[in-house]
Design a protein around this ligand. Structure first.
Ligand SMILES: CC(C)(COP(=O)(O)OP(=O)(O)OC[C@H]1O[C@@H](n2cnc3c(N)ncnc32)[C@H](O)[C@@H]1OP(=O)(O)O)[C@@H](O)C(=O)NCCC(=O)NCCS
Length: 232
């Protein structure tokens, strides 16, 4: 599925573009941010290469992951969120916010959007996440989102000159697939006011297909309110 845009109250998650290079350096080029991630801090040339690969990867079919830029109300890139796709309809969540925007609730909002997208649109049954034992901010964030701990992998990551353990977390999709449920969503068609719709369906993709039949192109997101509430 390309391109993907996820819209929340304050943030938008969208596909990366070539002109994101400078802004993305505030995330992947900042030691303070990358210290708790699973890759080394990047210089501009390395990031230029990686960004090109990320943009190309987004158009491969099937997509191996949804790696999206997080932008604020002014359109400024403030971080990234990623949903990697694994076997048996599992997803792996990752995120980072540039240092100057920490503590504003941005990662909470971006991760919530990504999980709703994973469960309703991608129809995932489980989302997992891994984070460093010292990354207490991320651990509290995962707990707030409803994740529970699954254990620890020793020497899981070698990055920024050191080996690091990881704590594993997961969040199951509680949605049953058999009974039809009510999905709500948003359609934005250029030049027209935004439309909110409700459809009854057995899964996120089915709801999306029904909405596409009814409204055509321009669907931004479709979600089940009960699932969204449970994860808040
Ligand atoms: C971990 C990280 C993504 C958190 O990002 P963030 O945007 O600061 O996270 P949030 O603002 O959503 O939550 C952080 C705190 O702000 C609080 N907060 C402030 N305003 C808030 C708001 N409006 N809504 C929700 N929470 C808010 C949260 O309650 C939370 O408090 P807590 O740490 O006491 O639980 C960020 O520190 C980061 O990028 N670190 C480096 C990369 C990294 O570690 N990524 C995760 C790898 S597992």
């Amino acid at each position: 599925m390309y391109p993907v845009t996820l819209t929340g109250p304050r943030l938008t998650l969208r596909e990366f573009r070539a002109d994101d290079l400078d802004a993305s350096m505030a995330v992947v080029g900042d030691e303070e941010v990358v210290r708790t991630l699973s890759f080394d801090v990047r210089d501009r040339d390395t990031q230029a290469l990686r960004l090109g690969q990320d943009i190309a990867r987004a158009r491969t079919e099937p997509r191996p992951d949804y790696y999206l830029a997080i932008t604020d109300g002014t359109g400024t890139l403030v971080g990234f969120a990623r949903m990697g796709l694994g076997r048996d309809r599992s997803g792996e969540l990752g995120y980072a916010i540039r240092h100057e925007d920490w503590g504003k609730g941005y990662a909470t909002e971006a991760a919530t959007l990504m999980i709703d997208f994973g469960f309703t649109t991608l129809n995932l049954r489980r989302v997992r996440a891994a984070c460093g034992p010292d990354n207490h901010t991320s651990q509290r964030l995962l707990a707030r989102l409803g994740f529970t701990p699954d254990g620890r992998i020793r020497n899981h990551v070698y990055a920024n000159g050191a080996w690091r353990d990881s704590l594993l977390y997961s969040l199951p999709n509680h949605q049953t697939e058999d009974e039809p449920r009510e999905y709500v969503g948003t359609v934005r068609i250029e030049g027209r006011p935004e439309i909110r719709f409700k459809v009854s369906a057995r899964s996120g993709p089915e709801a999306r297909a029904l909405a596409a039949d009814r409204y055509g192109e321009g669907i931004i997101s479709v979600w089940n309110e009960e699932d969204a509430r449970r994860r808040r």
